[in-house]
Write a protein that binds this ligand. Structure first.
Ligand code: FE2
Length: 293
């Protein structure tokens, strides 16, 4: 297995020489987990997995989360989502581009995702990138006063309640009262100390962040906005252009990400289809406990 940092990128490494369908050995997983926590995003190249094998791979990273948008779940595979422009649901622009905003998966839930993976099944020739922001580097670059100011702040999160840039899409809408009830507002630290690396990161200043505990609303919104704009500067961001067979896996506690807007496929033009299989997990790789046992 070869792990190579992506040239001139703010974060991320490419992984080659591993066939996940055959090598579910603990030492391979340990190598991948260590690499993920070092580089925050891994692009594992040239994979050929069916849904069951992919889900097995996902389970090595934690417990897969069935998404609150239950109408988005894949039939027969509630922990998988089809993200792209190829399905009937994707004709709806709000669904197709519902991740084209800076966000952190499940930051609107009490226990957020710890990792997400996106497996590229169909990749368009143009566009369809996922942008990743390095929230550790963004935190490190803050001045001393700002670090002191935000150290113990607790951010209030609610699905889709964060302030958006003009270019961002709104979050994929919740469809039912039941879905709204399942994701009441919750709090997370603004400065997250990573449970595995111990490194501090700015956490989830996008999609769901709408307030700060014991802070006046307009001041909180202004501070969250300032930190979001800080974190998504080019110097902290890597945009990944997928090839078919890539599995992008990212540490959601130390990154933020955004999809890019895409049209429905053009029947007259080749390679305009985009399809990613998504798994998000809670918890941490079992491989650490397994090797310690
Ligand atoms: Fe996402």
């Amino acid at each position: 297995m070869e792990v190579k940092p992506i040239a001139d990128a703010a974060l991320g490494a490419e992984v080659r020489g591993v066939e996940l369908s055959r090598h579910f050995e603990a030492k391979i997983m340990k190598g991948l987990a260590d690499a993920l926590y070092e580089h925050r995003v891994l692009i594992i190249k040239d994979q050929k997995l069916d849904k069951d094998a992919y889900l097995d791979f996902g389970r090595w990273w934690g417990t897969p989360i069935p998404h609150v948008l239950d109408h988005m779940r894949m039939p027969g595979y509630p922990e998988l989502l089809a993200v792209g422009n190829t399905e009937e649901k994707d004709k709806n622009i709000e669904i197709r581009n519902g991740a084209a905003l800076w966000h952190t998966d499940q930051s609107y839930e009490q226990i957020p995702a710890s990792a997400t993976m996106l497996y590229s099944i169909l990749a368009p020739r143009v566009g369809g990138e996922t942008c990743f922001a390095n929230m550790v580097a963004a935190y490190d670059a803050l001045d001393k006063d700002t670090k002191a100011e935000i150290e113990n702040l607790e951010v209030a999160h609610l699905y889709g309640a964060g302030k958006l840039l003009d270019l961002e899409f709104a979050a994929n809408p919740l469809k039912t009262g039941d879905q709204v009830e399942r994701v009441p507002a919750c709090h997370h630290p603004l400065v997250m100390r990573h449970p595995i690396t111990g490194r501090k990161a700015l956490y989830a200043t996008g999609q769901s962040a709408f307030g700060i505990k014991e802070m006046e609303e307009s001041r909180a919104v202004e501070l969250l906005w300032r930190l979001k704009m800080h974190a998504i500067q080019d110097q902290f961001v890597y945009a990944h252009k997928y090839s078919v067979g890539d599995i992008a896996i990212f540490d959601t506690l130390s990154t933020m990400h955004s999809g890019t807007q895409i049209d429905i496929p053009d029947p007259g033009v080749e390679d305009t289809k985009r399809l990613l299989w998504r798994i998000s997990v809670r918890g941490y790789p079992r491989v650490y406990e397994y090797l310690a046992a």
